[in-house]
Design a protein around this ligand. Structure first.
Ligand code: SAH
Ligand code: MG
Length: 934
């Protein structure tokens, strides 16, 4: 907000910021502020209990770090102050020295008043807490009891664990237990533990964001604070992490040299690494003193070695997500945002806010599709507070939404764009949500996630510590957006270039009765442990006795996530999607985090092999995605089986030899066709999701291995690519199928689908199935009431252009069957879409369906799944298409004229065929018919 990042503006505001800092520092010592509870009352209370020359004084670092207003003033003067509290403290001392009402101690570590505190103030300060305690108690009937417990809680000593980080890198980290005695200033306790003479020498970091709330690093200040001249700022010496790490790791590096050379305190590399600036001497990581309860108790927590290693594993911005007190499993940012219920940890929006802040980018601005496009970018584009435009709606990072027209509809579907401004005068960058969402917030989160992913790719995910990213940012002078991150949607499609599919894992235990494998999209429940172990003992199966367990980092007994959508790190997804219920799998991943290697280097000794994370995951149970649950609980056989059976009947009726399954997902249709007799010889599956295809390839391989060729299939090929951009390699199959695919497609690919399939692939028959939204009330157990159900009227055409507010309302109330569905069509909409395509490309179309009785009139909801059967002109519809509730397309005048067809063909010829975009991912050919392919 108030951070100047425009270089031009800096000079003017620095002077103002100095002004501000002076004011804030002197204000902190006024009677009123001293007495007011937050944020420093406890420190002033300790100050007036102190005897001698320190009476009434507060360590400079306390003011610097614990008073948020002072912190932000320092930051405004120089961003470096945000990164290095020692530097910020120097600014504060400088300001205090310039304040007539304040006095800086000779060593420059303490700040007090020029006029001592009045005795009244001291008494008030000391009795204040007792008053508070009493007032708490007096409100209650059980007065005496209450007073007692509150007081005794306050007076009770407490113990807490902290991690001690010796400066000497060969000395191991250790957990220490500290005891805070009643009425002892907690910083005295820390000073004591650090072996410091004077509590003013205790320095503390900002809150360590990815650690438990209120965690800070404490260390001893240098003898002198850095010199700060007003208004020029002398920069601290450069701190070069990579070099230091190299030194630490090199066999005969200057480790010894780092040890107390010439009486000077040595650099604490591990602590420096953790906080991102130079720290000398031993340090302590503890969760204490950041918060106090209203009755004056200090809030504390244990900080263990596990916490420490988890912290060191952190990435940024991923780290913020990962260490959201949830799980290591979610180490990477998920690739997609589905809905809030499926998201673990801090929301993408708040991560993006942090990210922008860290990288000195202007606040992210969100615009939803219910905002008119008239945001005038000429006005600097900064403010979206253009409330005068009718119906305009904008949001800023605080989630405050402003609605120009309060009466305007809040109905979906929502699409969102986020604008991230770069430093300097570069154009801002925009990121979009993945398609449409039913909740505005989901659309916003999706856009924020896409921004994070793009920046993540740009900055590389290889290096793990926020530290390095901050350094990079500094080097490039805050000009983080130098090379524009690509369109976020591009990113999504090349998502899994990682090795997750080649992950090797082993089954280490399974229950007698093995369950099913969870399909993608299901909610899986796992228990897991993650250990940090040395490389030699990883997953080698022989359970060697010399296995050296370093640390158990994390375990959870009931962790759930959505499978196959990138909600957790890819390896976990891959592992769990191949597990059956009751199985326990184990795999190892190399530790990429420099910090962990660093911290553990001493434990590993001379013959250090490296560290790995050993994941042990047990699949406890899974819940199928809502759509599958519905389909198998409401229909017998399940709706998915009925669709497959419909396709198989079609194949046999056509005596089809070649099938192209468009949007085959993980191959459920193809696999079923291996089991049931049919006329096919060549099967091809195409999907845009590599993950789904890999899964498909695995299960097809498994089925093929089991079978003794009861089928006549000669080859199966899986291609990765979009079915909206078919190339001419695959021409004229006997049958093409789109089973439950169109409703998963975004408007743009969907618009191109007809031409791609009917114009290029030109199947003899094309079978398209999709949910019939009119059937949803039946599924949900509601009475079908034609009077009240407004869906049963011919609706407007294609969903994304929805303008009919009535329809939008239905959308909100009518739960779609699957959160990944972009829409679900009414019968009328489906027919209109299909009939138009048929007429454009010289096809005939008929409509059928499965599930429900399929009575096709206005008094019935129709089929649960509606199916369109397109037949190329001249191809005779299979006889079964005339039966079993199949109704003929009513628009018989939609048969195209010869010229129309000709025009369509002309158009096709003139357009260049795109470079082949289908990637062959997997192929199987029958041993009996080698190399047979379409
Ligand atoms: N037909 C399968 C999967 C249906 S789920 C079955 O019935 O089990 C829908 C599938 O369509 C998903 O696997 C999704 O990846 C795929 N899909 C969506 N848009 C696509 C596109 N443009 N090109 C190819 N596949 C697409
Ligand atoms: Mg679907």
């Amino acid at each position: 907000m108030g951070i100047p990042y425009e270089p031009g503006a800096l000079q003017a505001t620095t002077a103002e910021s100095w002004e501000g800092l002076h004011r804030k520092v002197s204000l902190a010592f006024t009677d009123q502020m001293v007495l007011s509870y937050k944020p420093l009352a406890e420190h002033f209370r300790a100050a007036v209990q102190r005897k001698g020359s320190r009476f009434g004084q507060v360590p400079a670092i306390v003011l610097t770090v614990l008073d948020g207003k002072i912190t932000s003033q320092c930051k405004a003067i120089d961003l470096l102050a945000e990164k290095n509290p020692a530097y910020a403290a120097a600014l504060v001392c400088r300001a205090a020295a310039a304040c007539p009402s304040l006095r800086l101690s000779d060593d420059g570590l303490w700040i007090g008043r020029s006029d001592p505190f009045s005795p009244e103030l001291v008494t008030k300060l000391l009795t204040d807490r007792e008053n508070r305690v009493e007032s708490v108690a007096s409100g209650n009937g059980d007065e005496m009891h209450n007073l007692e417990t509150t007081c005794s809680q306050f007076n009770r000593a407490f113990r807490f664990e902290a991690v001690y980080i010796p400066a000497y890198v060969k000395e191991e980290l250790r957990t220490i237990s500290l005891t805070a005695l009643p009425d002892v200033y907690y910083l005295d306790t820390i000073a004591n533990a650090l072996g410091l003479q004077d509590t003013g020498q205790v320095f503390m970091s900002r809150q360590i964001g990815k650690a438990p709330d209120g965690s800070r690093l404490f260390w001893g200040a240098r003898e002198r604070l850095p010199v700060v001249k007003f208004p020029d700022v002398e920069l601290l010496e450069q701190f070069e992490p990579s070099k230091i790490y190299r030194d630490i790791c090199s066999q005969d590096g200057p480790m010894e040299a780092l040890r107390n050379t010439g009486g000077r305190i040595s650099r604490n590399e591990r602590a420096s690494f953790l906080v991102g600036h130079a720290i000398d001497g031993d340090a302590i990581l503890a969760t204490v003193g950041s918060t106090w309860t209203s009755d004056g108790r200090c809030i504390y927590d244990n900080f263990t070695l596990s916490c420490f290693h988890r912290l060191m594993l952190g990435r940024n911005p991923w780290g913020a997500y990962k260490l959201s007190r949830r799980s290591l499993l979610v180490a990477d940012l998920p690739k997609v945002y589905t809905c809030r219920a499926h998201w673990q940890g801090a929301s993408p929006k708040s991560l993006l806010a942090d990210f922008c802040h860290q990288h000195r980018l202007s606040e992210a601005q969100y615009t939803c599709n219910d905002t008119q496009e008239s945001c005038n970018s000429t006005a600097g584009g900064h403010s979206l507070e253009i409330g005068h435009t009718k119906g305009l709606m904008s949001m800023n990072n605080n989630g405050i939404s402003k609605q120009g027209n309060p009466g305007s509809s809040k109905q979906g579907p929502f699409q969102c764009k986020v604008r991230v401004g770069s430093a300097g005068n570069k154009a801002p960058t925009y990121f979009q949500s993945d398609g449409f969402f039913r909740s505005r917030n989901d659309a916003i989160q999706s856009a924020a996630l896409n921004a994070l992913l793009s920046y993540g790719r740009w900055s590389g995910t290889g290096c793990l510590c926020s530290y390095f990213q901050n350094q990079d940012c500094c080097k490039s002078n805050g000009d983080f957006l130098g090379s524009n991150p690509q369109d976020s949607t591009v990113y999504k499609s090349d998502e899994s270039s990682g090795q997750s599919e080649f992950l090797s894992f082993r089954v280490i235990a399974e229950e007698d009765t093995l369950g099913d494998r969870p399909p993608p999209g299901s909610m899986v429940f796992v228990s897991y442990t993650v250990n940090l172990i040395d490389e030699g003992s990883c997953c080698n199966g022989d359970n060697s006795s010399d296995m050296l367990l370093i640390h158990d980092l994390e375990s959870q007994s009931d962790f759930k996530f959505e499978l196959g959508v990138g909600a957790v790190i890819g390896q976990i997804d891959a592992c769990v999607s191949q597990a059956t219920v009751g199985q326990t799998l184990q795999f190892c991943l190399p530790v990429e985090a420099l910090g962990v290697l660093f911290a553990a280097s001493s434990e590993l000794g001379e013959n250090r092999q490296g560290l790995v994370l050993e994941y042990t995951v047990k699949l406890l149970k899974f819940e199928e995605a809502m759509e599958e649950r519905i389909e198998s609980s409401h229909f017998a056989p399940p709706l998915s089986k009925q669709r497959i059976e419909f396709a198989r009947t079609m194949i046999n009726a056509l005596e089809a030899k070649t099938l192209v399954d468009l949007g085959c997902g993980s191959g459920s249709l193809l696999e079923a066709l291996l089991r049931e007799p049919n006329t096919l010889e060549y099967m091809i599956g195409i999907d845009i999701s590599r993950k789904a295809l890999i899964r498909g390839a695995k299960s097809l391989s498994a089925s093929l291995a089991k079978q003794n060729a009861a089928h006549s299939i000669q080859s199966i090929t899986l291609y990765e690519g979009s079915i909206s951009a078919m190339d001419l390699r695959l021409r004229s199959p006997d049958l093409a199928t789109c089973i439950e695919v169109v409703e998963h497609m975004d408007p743009e690919p969907l618009r191109k689908l007809g031409k791609s399939i009917l114009g290029k692939l030109v199947p003899k028959v094309w079978l398209v199935s999709t949910p019939n939204i009119e059937y949803n009330p039946v599924i949900r157990g509601l009475e079908w009431d034609p009077e009240s159900n407004s869906l049963n009227k011919p609706g407007p055409t294609v969903f994304p252009e929805l303008t009919d507010s009535k329809k939008l309302m239905d959308m909100e109330t009518q739960n779609l069957r699957n959160h990944d569905h972009r829409f679900e069509w009414t019968r009328a909409e489906f027919r209109e879409w299909a009939s138009l395509l048929a007429s454009q490309y010289g096809y005939q179309v008929r409509f059928a369906g499965v599930g429900g009785d399929g009575e096709d009139d206005d008094n019935s909801p129709g089929f649960a799944t509606q199916i369109a059967v397109f037949a190329h002109n001249g191809v005779v519809f299979p006889t079964f298409c005339q039966e079993a509730g199949v109704s003929k397309c009513d628009g018989s005048d939609s048969v195209p004229t010869a010229t129309e067809v000709e025009m369509t063909d002309k158009r096709l010829e003139t357009e260049q065929d795109p470079v082949s975009q289908l990637k062959e991912l997997w192929q199987w050919t029958s041993p009996a018919h080698p190399a047979a392919i379409l």
